[in-house]
Design a protein around this ligand. Structure first.
Ligand SMILES: Cc1cc2nc3c(=O)[nH]c(=O)nc-3n(C[C@H](O)[C@H](O)[C@H](O)COP(=O)(O)O)c2cc1C
Length: 394
């Protein structure tokens, strides 16, 4: 791109800013940088996203369910990024308490994330699952139970709790600054209700078509989730195979930027950001630091939805036995005693170690605050180096 043709004084044209937003709004975290310092050091990296969400640096922390707590959300917010609280399957009263705990630690904007997967709206009835499929899934799970000293089980999993609507009402009632959505699309009415009270809406898509649908629903920001990303594929229905909705970040982000008219945030494989947060979160299972990018797989064996995790005995046994998998959420509920037992015993072999392909690049465990600062400084010096390269022609 010819920069001189697009730069007007100190201002970039809107389209360029959107592209800058896409490139810079990657990854995640970091440090307790004072607001002024952040502004000074990262002037180059302020993007429209910062103004839109009233944040200092264009970094979003991944809403990692089971991992991110109110203090971490507040630490990221205080560092100038957007901290996001995961709200999936959190009972509404507990969600309200967590939102208030964040507010006690920061006065800066933050987000609450809900999953709007169709299997939760309303929760699918497990009565429809054939008996023999349930029996075969438990046959494999019972091998894990035996290894963990847990009693064998054979029963039909319960229906997932119906929390989504109540959680949305809590987000509105608490006037949360940003509603973040994964694995689903909001209704026009939901977006309107948010906008009426000044709550911004961001939503994640793994394909260009889904990003277009999200844009049509009126969301303010779209997160383009590349296939490198750890955790679940952000689709509203389960795709046929793990190869569906699996476009790499490098290919997906520019196509989404071209397809929609709102700022785009890149997610997936950004090792100085969300991958590091996953490492902080999973630090107890020390192997993450030793994992290589090649250790992750996309599998549905933990929840019934496709997600990128670190391979372990659970994933390998399901694959080797070609065991069936129950529908979204039913699989997670059928295996919940195994995954909880594995975590309680400190074994990383029988629960989901959600991690992206970037995990191979994670080598240390800085604080959230340090990580925001380091990420922004690395990004700023990378941009300087590139412009020097462009000036001198290498
Ligand atoms: C441990 C873990 C838990 C996650 N939980 C959620 C979640 O609850 N809601 C959500 O929208 N995305 C969740 N994600 C996906 C992230 O939003 C994001 O797409 C991903 O972390 C980005 O890719 P990266 O892991 O390569 O940085 C999770 C990711 C990880 C690694």
């Amino acid at each position: 791109m010819d920069r001189s043709s697009t730069k007007r004084g100190d201002r970039w044209s809107r389209r360029d800013l959107l592209h800058a937003g896409a490139a810079a709004s990657v990854g995640s975290f970091g440090a307790q940088i004072g607001a002024r310092r952040a502004r000074g050091e990262n002037r180059m990296l302020r993007t429209p996203l910062c103004d839109l969400l009233s944040i200092e640096v264009p970094l979003l922390q991944a809403p990692m369910s089971g991992v991110v707590t109110p203090p971490l959300v507040a630490a990221v917010a205080n560092a100038g990024g957007l901290g996001i609280l995961p709200g999936i399957l959190v009972p509404p009263d507990e969600l309200r308490a967590q939102i208030r705990a964040i507010r006690a630690l920061t006065s800066r904007p933050f987000a609450v994330n809900l999953l709007l997967h169709t299997a939760l709206l309303p929760p699918a009835d497990p009565a429809a699952i054939p008996d023999d499929v349930i029996a075969r899934v438990h046959r494999t799970l019972n091998r894990f139970r035996q290894r963990l000293g847990l009693p064998p089980r054979a029963e039909r999993p319960p229906r997932a709790p119906d929390f989504v609507d109540a959680a949305f009402e809590v987000i509105l009632a608490e006037r949360v600054p940003v509603w973040s959505i994964g694995l689903g699309r909001p209704t026009l009415e939901q977006v309107e209700r948010c906008h009426r009270q000044g709550t911004k809406v961001i939503a994640m898509a793994a394909t260009v078509e889904d990003a277009r649908e999200l844009a049509a629903s009126g969301v303010d920001v779209i997160v383009a989730q590349g296939s490198e990303a750890g955790g679940h594929r952000s689709t509203w229905t389960k795709r046929l195979t793990p190869q569906h909705a699996a476009v790499g970040t490098l290919a997906l982000v520019p196509q989404v930027v071209a397809a929609v008219n709102v700022p785009v945030v890149a997610a997936g494989g950004i090792v100085d950001g969300r991958g590091v947060v996953a490492a902080l979160a999973l630090g107890a299972v020390g192997r993450l630091l030793k994992a290589t990018s090649d250790d992750t797989v996309i599998t549905d064996v933990f929840t019934g939805m496709f997600a990128r995790v670190i391979r372990n005995e659970f994933t390998d046994t399901f694959a080797a036995e070609a065991a069936p998998v129950l529908p979204p959420f039913a699989q997670a509920l059928a295996a919940s005693d195994v995954t909880a037992g594995s975590a309680a015993q400190g074994s990383g072999e029988f629960y989901a170690l959600y991690a992206g392909q970037g995990c191979g690049g994670v080598r240390d465990l800085p604080s959230a605050a340090d990580l925001v600062r380091r990420t922004m400084m690395e990004a700023a010096s990378g941009i300087s180096a590139l412009s020097a390269f462009a000036r001198t022609g290498g």
